[in-house]
Ligand binder design. Structure first.
Ligand code: KIV
Length: 263
């Protein structure tokens, strides 16, 4: 059994040029598979609003829902670091509320860090959380909680702003930063400029690590996925085959056969 991933081991990986793997998971069975596979970080993302709850965006996800899902994931993990994602309006209205909510992920749900979206605008919050010994993964570029302000889920191309945001979240104390939906050349420059690891999603191969939504990369649901998603398996297809076979066998009286009966 490998030692559990920590903030310190992630810094070491960046220094040694070892790529960091991060995936989302939202419940015990999926987190067990991801942890057993040796993924470094499990993010209990507010993307569960779309992947699990069937919503159009992440805005309606609540703190209670996030804590519920994060507890299930934490119980499954012995290797992966578990990060709880701060939902919309759990950290925007006041620093005190933000720190209290972040603390709940560690105290009540077994996470060892939190993630939140935003650059310069959330630096005071990142700094307050870090001072309270709550490790923070920042998230800049295409930030889904700002979908209405961005006018949709759009690639972000303002290099000066992205670089400034990345440097500011690092200065505020973030231990890593997710770069979402930005051109790969900009992500490469940011990765070189920072001491903390960058984790890309739709940001090219030069980031220090990669993150994807598990339901997208394993083909669990049939929803249309962004260009940057590679389907590493087609679970939906395999499940449909099994489900159809079950229907056929029940209707034909093949299942349950004697093997599945009590005597
Ligand atoms: O909510 C989420 O899953 C995320 C990742 C896709 C980075 O923010």
């Amino acid at each position: 059994m490998q030692n559990r991933v920590t903030v310190t081991s992630l810094y070491k990986m960046k220094k040694e040029g070892k790529k960091i793997t991060e995936l989302t998971a939202y419940d015990y069975p999926f987190a067990s598979m991801v942890d057993a596979a040796g993924i470094d970080i499990i993010l209990v993302g507010d993307s569960l609003g779309m992947a699990v709850q069937g919503r159009e965006n992440t805005l309606a996800v609540t703190m209670d829902e996030m804590l519920y899902h994060t507890s299930m994931v934490s119980r499954a993990c012995s290797y992966s670091m578990v990060i709880g994602d701060m939902p919309f309006m759990s950290y925007q209205s006041s620093i005190e509320k933000a720190v209290d909510n972040a603390g709940r992920f560690l105290k009540e749900a077994g996470a060892s860090a939190v993630k939140l979206e935003g650059g310069a605008a959330v630096c005071e919050v990142i700094s307050a959380m870090t001072k309270a010994s709550i490790p923070v993964q920042a998230h800049i570029g295409l930030t889904p909680q700002s979908v209405h302000q961005m006018g949709g889920f759009k690639v972000q191309r303002d290099e000066d702003r992205l670089m400034a945001d990345a440097l500011k979240v690092q200065e505020a104390g973030a231990f890593s930063v997710v770069l979402e939906g930005i051109p790969s050349a900009i992500a490469a420059k940011i990765t070189k400029a920072l001491d903390i690891p960058t984790i890309g999603i739709g940001a090219g191969a030069e980031c220090d690590g990669q993150v994807l939504v598990i339901h997208d990369m394993l083909g669990i649901t049939n929803r249309t996925v962004p260009k940057f998603v590679k389907k590493f398996a087609d679970i939906n297809l395999v499940a449909q085959q099994g489900l159809k076979q079950y229907i056929d066998e029940v209707r034909a009286g093949i299942f349950p056969s004697k093997d599945y009966e009590y005597k």
